[in-house]
Design a protein around this ligand. Structure first.
Ligand SMILES: NC(=O)c1ccc[n+]([C@@H]2O[C@H](COP(=O)([O-])OP(=O)(O)OC[C@H]3O[C@@H](n4cnc5c(N)ncnc54)[C@H](O)[C@@H]3O)[C@@H](O)[C@H]2O)c1
Ligand SMILES: O=C(O)[C@H](O)CO
Length: 333
């Protein structure tokens, strides 16, 4: 049986697939596959391990009737038409949990780096511009005791809240689809409306998935309600914020700064005005990028593939509905 892998993934995952006796074909070029190339490589594949944001939609699924399981090397699945996959009887696996701490570390890093203008000051040093020390120059904002707002109090949102509470005793507000009793009990987090979250947060950190409900959630109307000294942090998906509106909010001092691990589009153009702003820190979507985390993601993705090909329930399945009754499309092996 053949598994097609859309990027080079850690050996830890490849080893498991090899030990399971699978034939591995891996895309090693440093560019995304086109939709047609993805279909071509998956036409005779039994499984797809997708790392990156290739669109897995109804058209793709109809073109690859041989495919029995898809494992994402990611927790987010906004690039997948889950309804279509379920209709085809294809379980979709993802990698929740194993990347929670690394991604929360990235959100925390962006909060702190933005609050101290760290990336901008680093760029100044590279230009030979190390200022004569002035007590009023290069000032950032302190985080101690400031209010942290979390949009999307899931695994990563809670891990970010835990770090911020421990480091700076930050009171926590959050908005979520439903109340999160763990965060309320453990961190004293307070559930608030979206508007209150905007109005009362000194740092607003985004951790919800990209869906039709959350697309462009942080737009001109939202930024207008935020505090002028607020820092906006997004490590979820670039589609949750409207970039022109974010730029205007920063230029008009409606908010103070922004820390972004995700942008829209990705990659961000090197001439983007956000990259010149002192109070903005941008990273190239490296939320989960530690050796240990990427190994763990590759292992979980491989376990999802192997389970799917054996006809077993995936260890981390996005569409458990696929197991309710007999799948309409493809029988498991
Ligand atoms: N930057 C990165 O490299 C990176 C790494 C991992 C995850 N992510 C992103 O982070 C997201 C969150 O990951 P997670 O593991 O914490 O997921 P999770 O499912 O544990 O948490 C998501 C939370 O968002 C909430 N939510 C969903 N829709 C909402 C809405 N409309 N309004 C308010 N809350 C809503 C859910 O109720 C849930 O509590 C992923 O979907 C992914 O897009 C990015
Ligand atoms: O969702 C995720 O796991 C990361 O953003 C990697 O794509």
């Amino acid at each position: 049986m053949k598994v097609f892998i859309t990027r080079v993934i850690p050996q830890a995952g490849l080893r498991l697939l090899e030990e399971a006796g699978l034939t591995i074909e891996q895309w090693t070029k440093k560019r995304n596959l086109t939709p047609a190339e993805l279909v071509d490589h998956c036409r005779d594949a039994d499984a797809l391990l997708s790392a990156g944001s290739s669109k897995i939609d109804a058209g793709f699924l109809a073109a690859v009737p041989h495919l029995k399981v898809i494992a994402l090397h990611a927790v987010g699945y906004d690039n997948v038409d889950i309804t279509a996959a379920t209709a085809h009887g294809i379980p979709i696996g993802n990698t929740p949990g194993v990347l929670t701490d690394a991604t929360a570390d990235t959100a925390f890093l962006l909060m702190l780096a933005t609050s101290r203008k760290a990336f901008y000051l680093h760029k100044k040093i590279l230009r030979g511009d190390w200022n004569f020390f002035e007590p009023t120059a290069n000032l950032g904002l302190s985080l101690e005791g400031k209010t942290l707002g979390i949009f999307g109090m899931g695994s990563i949102g809670q891990a970010m809240a835990r770090r911020s509470k421990a480091a700076y005793n930050m009171p926590i507000l959050y908005h979520n689809r439903k109340p999160c009793t763990t965060a309320e009990k453990e961190l004293g987090a307070r559930y608030v409306s979206f508007e209150t979250l905007l109005r009362e947060s000194d740092v607003l950190s985004v951790h919800a998935p990209l869906t039709a409900d959350t697309q462009d959630k942080f737009n001109a109307a939202a930024f207008a309600q935020m505090k002028p000294n607020a820092i906006f942090v997004n490590t979820a998906r670039g589609g949750l914020h409207n970039e022109p509106d974010l730029i205007s909010a920063l230029l008009n001092h409606q908010i103070w700064g922004a820390g972004l691990d995700v942008t829209n589009p990705e990659p961000m153009h090197p001439d983007n005005v956000l990259l010149q702003m002192p109070n903005v820190c941008v990273l190239p979507h490296i939320g989960s990028a530690t050796v240990e985390t990427r190994d763990a993601m590759a292992i979980l993705a491989a376990r999802n593939i192997i389970a799917g090909l054996k006809g077993e329930r995936l260890p981390a399945v996005v569409n458990p509905q696929v197991y309710e009754g007999k799948p309409a499309g493809r029988p498991a092996l």
